[in-house]
Write a protein that binds this ligand. Structure first.
Ligand code: G1P
Length: 899
C-alpha cells in the first residue's frame, strides 16, 4: 500500500510507487503565466492560457494515457531500454508484477522530484521538475547514476510532445491546426511557431513560439532531432514504444525546418560511458515565448546545472515565504497539512478554476464569488496587496446591484458577455462585503468605504431581466451620466445598492429569489419561483454588518453624512409595513431599476450615516424575525433545522417527503453564522446534521441527504449521482463554512469536528488518493476530487486563524481569543501560530499546561516580547492599533497562559 509521509515542517512529503495511482497530479506554476499539471510519471500538461498549450491538455480521464508524458529514455550497450519516468510499454506492464521498479515521489510547493530504481539498464534516475517563480519555463533536471556492477555506455533521448495551440483544438480541427505548425530545430532543441491561431470566428496571426531545449551537464545540446511525432514514434510505434529509441530510426540535424506536422520536442544526446557509481545530468527546458531572443536568453541562463540548482532553491524559498502562516498543534501531520491548505489560495489565484486535470472546464477565468473569497486568505497573508484589489473589484458592480460575471485578466477589468446571456446569481452581492469587512477589521482602514469608484455597464439592465438596446461596445464598460461623464460613487454606495436592491427581490414566501442560482451553482433550474432561504439569512447578517461599518465610519472619522445617488432613496424606505408586502417590494425595486437603465442623471442626495445605519438595522431585524418565524422545522425535542430553499413549484426543500428526510447543510450554515438560529436551535441543528449528514469516513458533513428524485424544478445537481459534486458530496467549502459558523457562535467542539474530519479524510491517502490539501469534495468512497482549486482553502485557513487560534482583527486592533480544544495542544500543553498582522510577523504561543478545554480555561497571563499585556477580559487579549504601531519590524513573540 502506498503511504504518504511528511519529511519536514514545510509540508514536503514523499510517496512510494505514486504511479500506481492514476488520478494523482501536482501543480507547478510561475507568477508570470506558465502553469503545469504533472503526474507521477510526468504526464499532464503545460500552458499559459486557454489559447496557448505547450503540452496537449489532459483531463483526469485521460491523464493516464501517457500520450502527453514528458519522457526521457535511456538505452545501454546491451540494447536495454527504459523510460526514466516509467512510461514505457514494458515498465507499464510490469506495474502489476514483482518486476515493478522502486519509485518515490517527493514534493513541496511548486516542485516535484521523481526517483526511480531502474532494473534494465540498472540505474538510479532522479527527475526534478519545477517552474522558476518569475519565469515562463518548466525545467526538468535529470540525474542518472550507474547502479550496475559494470561500466555502461548509455544513449539518452528526451521526448516532450509539443501541442502548440489552443485547447479548443483538441477536438475542433486537431489535424487542420497541425498544418499551421512551423517547426525548426537548432543546436539546442525544437521550436514550433504556428502561423495562426485557428478560430473560425476570426483567425489571428500567431507569434507565440513553443520550444523544448536540452543540455547535458557540459551545456552541450543534443546530437540528433525528432521534431515531429511521426519521426519519433515511426509508422508502427507509439509514445510508450517509440521507433526513434527502439529502432534507432534516423533523425534530423540541427538545421531542419518542417511545416505542417504534429510537433515533438524529441532529441538524442551523444552516448556516454558511466563507470560503476558514476553519474551524469541533463537539463530540459520547455516554454512559451513571443520572441526567439527570449528563448535564447532562457537557454543561456538555464543551460548551467549550477543555475538550475540555485533557481530551484530560490523558487522553493519564494513559495515558502509566501505562505506566511504556520501552525503548531499536537498533530504534526495536521500542521503540515495546513501548510498546503494555506498555499492553495495562491494556486487558485494562478490557475483560476480551470487548468488542472479535474478542472477541465472554463477558459481560465474565475467567478465573481471566487474572486472575492480568494481575497480572504490573501488578506491574512499579504494584507497590503489586497487594498487595491478590493477597490478595483468594486468596479464590477452594476447600478442595479448585480455585477459583471466575466472577469478580465487585469485587476478591476470586467468584460461584457458577448453572448448576451444574463445570469444573476443571488449570492453575488454578499461576498464583497464579507471581504471588505475582514479587510477593515485587519487594517482599521475604514476610509476605504469613502473611496470613489466607477460602476460596470453593459447591455444587461433591471437585474438581468431586460436589455439596454442603447448600449453598444463603444459606450464602454463603465457607467456614464446623461452628460456622458463617468459616474462614480463611494464603495459604501456600491454596498448599499447591492444590499438594498437584493432586499426587494423576493419570491412568494417573501424570501430572496434564487434567480440563476446562489453559492450552489447547481441549483440552476428554479429561476422563476425558486427562493434561497439560506442566502437570505446571509443577507440579513450582512445588513447588520453594513450597519456596524457605517457606524464605525461615523465614530472613527468626522464624517456625519455621505452623498449617495438620489435614486437610492427609493430603496431606503423605512416604513416597515412594506416589508410584509411582496408586491410593494417589487414596485419599489422596479421604480429603482427603471431609473438607472441606460445613463444615470448622477444627482446625489446627502444622508446622515446614523440614519442609514438605522435603516439597515431595521431591515435586518425584520428579516431575521421573518426567517425565524417561517423557516424553522422543529422535528422533536432533540432535532430540528432550517429550511434551505423553495423550488420552482414553491415547495420547501427541507422536511419529510415521500418517506425521505430531506435536509440540506446550506440552510444551517448561514442561519448559524448570521444569528438567525438561536443557541437552542443550534443544538438541535447539529444533532440533526450528525444524524442525517455526517459520514466521517468520507470527510464529514454531506451537502444534503439523498432526495431520490431528479428535481427538475430546482437544479442540475439532482441529475448528478448521489454523493457527487453538489448532490450530497462532502463538499469541503460548505463544510468549512459550517465549521466557521459554529465557531463564531462558540460551538468549538462541533466546529472542530467538521474541520478535523475533512483533514483526516484528506490525509488518509489510502482512500483519498490526493496529495496533501483540501479537495473540492469527497466522493462516496472517500476519494478527494477536484483537488487544489477550491474556495474551501481560503475559508479553512480563515477559520483556523481567526476562530480556532482566535487571531482576529477588530477595526485594526488585534484581538486574541482562542477557541482551542484540549486535544489540540501538544504533550506540553502548547499550541502556537505564526501569522502576520498589521504587516508585522507574530508568533503566538498558547500555554495550556492543565490541558483544559475551550470553555474551561481563562486567560491568566499574557505578554508580548516579554512585556506584560493587559487582560481586559479573561476570554481574550486586545492589542490596540496604537500599541501595534509602536512595535518594530522584527518578529514579535506573544505568550498567553490559559488556566
Ligand atoms: C465551486 C465553485 C464555487 C461554487 C461551488 C458550489 O466551488 O468554484 O464558486 O460556489 O462550486 O457550486 P469550489 O471549487 O470553490 O469549492
Amino acid at each position: 500500500m502506498e503511504h504518504l509521509t511528511f519529511t519536514n515542517k514545510n509540508g514536503d512529503f514523499t510517496i512510494d510507487h505514486p504511479e500506481n495511482i492514476n488520478s494523482l497530479y501536482f501543480p507547478l506554476a510561475s507568477e508570470v503565466g506558465l502553469k503545469s499539471a504533472i503526474s507521477p510519471n510526468l504526464g499532464g500538461d503545460a500552458k499559459i492560457d486557454q489559447e496557448s498549450f505547450l503540452i496537449e491538455p489532459v483531463s483526469i480521464d485521460n491523464l493516464h494515457n501517457n500520450r502527453s508524458t514528458r519522457n526521457f529514455w535511456i538505452k545501454n550497450q546491451f540494447g536495454q531500454v527504459a523510460s526514466l519516468t516509467g512510461a514505457s510499454a514494458r515498465q507499464e506492464a510490469q506495474k502489476f508484477s514483482d518486476e515493478q521498479e522502486e519509485s518515490r515521489i517527493s514534493a513541496g510547493f511548486m516542485w516535484q522530484k521523481l526517483e526511480r530504481q531502474l532494473k534494465k539498464p540498472q540505474l538510479t534516475a532522479t527527475l526534478t521538475s519545477f517552474i522558476p517563480h518569475n519565469e515562463n519555463v518548466e525545467i526538468m533536471q535529470i540525474d542518472i547514476i550507474n547502479k550496475s556492477e559494470v561500466e555502461q555506455t548509455l544513449t539518452p533521448y528526451a521526448a516532450i510532445p509539443i501541442f502548440g495551440r489552443s485547447a479548443d483544438n483538441i477536438r475542433d480541427h486537431r489535424n487542420v491546426t497541425s498544418m499551421l505548425h512551423r517547426i525548426k530545430t537548432n543546436q539546442f532543441g525544437v521550436e514550433v511557431c504556428p502561423t495562426m491561431s485557428f478560430d473560425e470566428r476570426g483567425h489571428r496571426l500567431n507569434n507565440k513560439i513553443y520550444y523544448v531545449f536540452g543540455f547535458d551537464d557540459k551545456e552541450k545540446g543534443p546530437q540528433t532531432f525528432y521534431p515531429t511525432v511521426e519521426s519519433f514514434i515511426g509508422e508502427a510505434g507509439n509514445f510508450t514504444h517509440p521507433a526513434a529509441v527502439f529502432k534507432d530510426s534516423t533523425g534530423f540535424d540541427s538545421q531542419t525546418s518542417i511545416d505542417g506536422r504534429e510537433a515533438m520536442g524529441a532529441f538524442r544526446f551523444d552516448s556516454f560511458t558511466l563507470d560503476v557509481g558514476q553519474s551524469k545530468s541533463f537539463i530540459i527546458l520547455m516554454g512559451i515565448e513571443e520572441e526567439e531572443k527570449a528563448i535564447h536568453n532562457m537557454a543561456k541562463k538555464y543551460s548551467k546545472l549550477s543555475q538550475v540548482r540555485s533557481s530551484l532553491v530560490e523558487t522553493q524559498n519564494y513559495w515558502l515565504d509566501k505562505v506566511s502562516v504556520g501552525f503548531h498543534t499536537k498533530d504534526i501531520n495536521f500542521d503540515n497539512y495546513m501548510k498546503w491548505v494555506c498555499f492553495q489560495p495562491y494556486l487558485r489565484r494562478i490557475f483560476g478554476c480551470s487548468f488542472l486535470p479535474h478542472h477541465d472546464y472554463g477558459r481560465g477565468g474565475r467567478g465573481w464569488r471566487d474572486l472575492w473569497q480568494d481575497c480572504l486568505s490573501l488578506l491574512l497573508m499579504e494584507p497590503k496587496a489586497v487594498r487595491s484589489m478590493i477597490i478595483n473589484n468594486y468596479k464590477g458592480v452594476r447600478l442595479d446591484g448585480t455585477n459583471a460575471t466575466i472577469i478580465g485578466q487585469g485587476e478591476g477589468e470586467f468584460l461584457a458577455d458577448r453572448n448576451g446571456i444574463s445570469r444573476v446569481w443571488m449570492d453575488h452581492a454578499l461576498w464583497p462585503l464579507i471581504t471588505t469587512k475582514l479587510y477593515i477589521d485587519q487594517t482599521g482602514d475604514i476610509d476605504i468605504l469613502t473611496k470613489e469608484v466607477s460602476y460596470f455597464k453593459d447591455s444587461h439592465i433591471k437585474r438581468g431581466t431586460a436589455i439596454d438596446n442603447l448600449w453598444t461596445e463603444t459606450y464602454g464598460n463603465e457607467q456614464r451620466t446623461a452628460t456622458n461623464d463617468l459616474y462614480t460613487g463611494s464603495i459604501l454606495e456600491h454596498l448599499l445598492i447591492q444590499h438594498l436592491t437584493a432586499f426587494y427581490e423576493v419570491g412568494q414566501h417573501n424570501v430572496y429569489r434564487l434567480r440563476g442560482a446562489d453559492w450552489n451553482d447547481a441549483l440552476d433550474m428554479a429561476d422563476e419561483n425558486g427562493e434561497s432561504v439560506a442566502f437570505t439569512t446571509a443577507y440579513s447578517g450582512n445588513l447588520m454588518e453594513l450597519a456596524s461599518l457605517v457606524r464605525l465610519l461615523e465614530s472613527r472619522t468626522n464624517i456625519k453624512s455621505i452623498e449617495i445617488l438620489e435614486e437610492i432613496g427609493l430603496l431606503l424606505k423605512s416604513d416597515s409595513d412594506i416589508y410584509d408586502k411582496i408586491n410593494r417590494k417589487h414596485h419599489i425595486l422596479d421604480a429603482y431599476t427603471n431609473q438607472c437603465q441606460h445613463n444615470t442623471n448622477g444627482h446625489k442626495i446627502k444622508l446622515s450615516l446614523s440614519e442609514i445605519a438605522l435603516n439597515l438595522i431595521q431591515k435586518a431585524t425584520w428579516l431575521r424575525q421573518h426567517l425565524q418565524q417561517n423557516e424553522w422545522l422543529d422535528v422533536n425535542e432533540a432535532e430540528g433545522w432550517y429550511n434551505s430553499y423553495y423550488d420552482n413549484s414553491g415547495k420547501a426543500t427541507d422536511g419529510y417527503y415521500n418517506g425521505q428526510i430531506h435536509m440540506m447543510l446550506t440552510g444551517q450554515v448561514f442561519t448559524i453564522m448570521n444569528y438567525v438560529a438561536t443557541d437552542e436551535q443550534i443544538r438541535k441543528m447539529t444533532a440533526s446534521a450528525d444524524h442525517y449528514l455526517y459520514r466521517p469516513e468520507i470527510g464529514g458533513y454531506r451537502l444534503n441527504t439523498d432526495f431520490k428524485e431528479i428535481k427538475s424544478d430546482l437544479g442540475r445537481m439532482f441529475g448528478f449521482a448521489y454523493g457527487e459534486k453538489e448532490n450530497g458530496a462532502v463538499f469541503s467549502h460548505m463544510t468549512v463554512m459550517y465549521a466557521n459558523a459554529l465557531y463564531r457562535r462558540g460551538f468549538a467542539k462541533e466546529g472542530w469536528k467538521a474541520l478535523k474530519s475533512l483533514a483526516d479524510t484528506a490525509l488518509k491517502f489510502e482512500t483519498s488518493r490526493i496529495y496533501p490539501g483540501i479537495p473540492e469534495y469527497f466522493r462516496s468512497d472517500g476519494r478527494g476530487v477536484y483537488h487544489y482549486l477550491t474556495g474551501a482553502a481560503s475559508w479553512y485557513m480563515l477559520t483556523m486563524v481567526t476562530e480556532v487560534f482566535g487571531l482576529q482583527g477588530k477595526s485594526g486592533d488585534l484581538v486574541l481569543y482562542p477557541k482551542l480544544l484540549a486535544e489540540q495542544f501538544d504533550e506540553k500543553g502548547i499550541a502556537s501560530i505564526t501569522a502576520p498582522f498589521d504587516s508585522k510577523a507574530f508568533h503566538i504561543t498558547y500555554e495550556n499546561r492543565k490541558h483544559k478545554d475551550f470553555g474551561d480555561y481563562v486567560i491568566t497571563e499574557a505578554n508580548c516580547d516579554g512585556r506584560n499585556l493587559d487582560i481586559t477580559d479573561d476570554a481574550f487579549v486586545l492589542i490596540s492599533k496604537t500599541q501595534l504601531d509602536q512595535l518594530g519590524d522584527a518578529e514579535h513573540r506573544i505568550t498567553i497562559v490559559l488556566n
